[in-house]
Write a protein that binds this ligand. Structure first.
Ligand code: SAM
Ligand code: SF4
Length: 329
């Protein structure tokens, strides 16, 4: 699948639910209304759409959400998609999670063929964790992370950089990830979905964060790429890696290789644009995958060049109405 700008699409991110058991302040409002369950693709339909993408050249799938591990029976999707790892058609099946249910599922995820999990953790302080996630208990997440490590999963920690909230903790998080052997990725806040707070107040440029980290740590640019938009540095003191995802201060669209499927079967060709394609109708028209494959080709044929994210005072409304939990970060 080659898009109009010559980029090969090899990476599919799948949001398997819009629901979540946390309410991170930058992601959701406390009072969210979620989709009725009947609008969701079934796990079998999700498998069918993913398998069609794999047949068209997708080599990496990441399951995300919402919180993917709150969807009932989700392990069966990992297990069934695992067959494509065995045949070599798929290189990687990965997961992004808040870690709340990881302790229970880590071993089964490994058995299904998952080797890497991204766990979101914005702080190591229990009170602060509760304040950011509104409902979370940090010990549950840390237990999940320990279980993942024990099961043999490579863990990457994702931290959203929040001005005045966790910026005093980056040295500690970097040191902790280094000691634990976890890669660590810092993410700029993106203007997606209505939340109660002002995004301008939360936004922190990672250029400044990097400059501050460099006062204490020796950061060397690394050629490492994880197939995503993060730019990595190596930390001489810890031997660990730090990634920076900077959609606002540095646009990474030119190398975009991904598309995103929502739990209702809509395909977004860009995280930062509204255009989408309906894959639910073709998947439900019958046994044949031909209509689905045609719809995917048509969608890839209009993948846009890039996003238009901008956070500024005079434009207080989110750039996009939908929340990150719909298209899955
Ligand atoms: N619930 C899972 C989790 O938290 O990892 C998976 C879904 S969550 C939407 C995926 C990632 O998006 C998380 O790392 C989260 O911190 C990040 N995220 C959510 N809203 C964001 C926003 N407005 N800007 C930047 N990152 C955001
Ligand atoms: Fe839930 Fe993840 Fe959004 Fe936090 S970032 S509210 S854990 S979906």
């Amino acid at each position: 699948m080659i898009d109009p700008f010559g980029r090969e699409v090899t990476y599919l991110r799948v949001s398997v639910t819009d629901r979540c058991d946390l309410r991170c302040v930058y992601c959701m409002s406390e009072d969210m209304s979620f989709l009725p369950k009947r609008e969701l693709l079934t796990l079998e339909e999700l498998d069918r759409v993913c398998s069609a993408f794999i047949s068209l050249g997708v080599r990496k799938i990441r399951i995300t959400g919402g919180e993917p591990l709150v969807r009932r029976g989700i392990l069966t999707l990992f297990e069934s998609l695992g067959r494509h790892l065995k045949t070599g058609a798929l290189d990687e099946l990965a997961l992004t999670t808040n870690g709340n249910h990881l302790a229970k599922h880590a071993a089964a995820l490994y058995a299904a063929g998952v080797r890497r999990v991204n766990v979101s953790l914005d702080t190591l302080q229990p009170d602060r964790f509760r304040a950011i996630t509104r409902w979370g208990k940090i010990e549950t997440v840390l237990e999940g992370i320990r279980a993942a490590k024990k099961a043999g999963l490579r863990v990457k920690i994702n931290t959203v950089a929040l001005k005045g909230v966790n910026e005093d903790e980056f040295d500690r998080l970097l040191a902790w990830c280094g000691a634990e052997g976890f890669d660590w990725t810092l993410i700029e806040t993106m203007p997606m979905g209505e939340i109660e707070q002002d995004r301008m107040d939360q936004y922190l440029s990672l250029k400044d964060v990097r400059r501050r980290l460099e006062e204490r740590w020796t950061l060397r640019d690394s050629a490492h790429r994880s197939g995503g938009p993060a730019r990595y540095v190596e930390v001489a003191e810890t031997g660990g890696r730090v990634g920076f995802i900077t959609p606002l201060s540095h646009n990474f669209c030119e190398s975009c290789n991904r598309v995103r499927l929502t739990c209702t079967g809509r395909l977004y060709m860009c995280l930062g644009q509204e255009d989408q394609a309906d894959l639910k109708t073709p998947v439900r028209t019958g046994e044949s995958d031909a209509p689905l494959i045609d719809a995917i080709h048509a969608a890839i044929g209009r993948k846009p060049e890039g996003h238009d994210f901008v956070i500024e005072r005079r434009n207080a409304a989110p750039a996009l109405g939908r929340h990150m939990s719909v298209t899955g970060g």
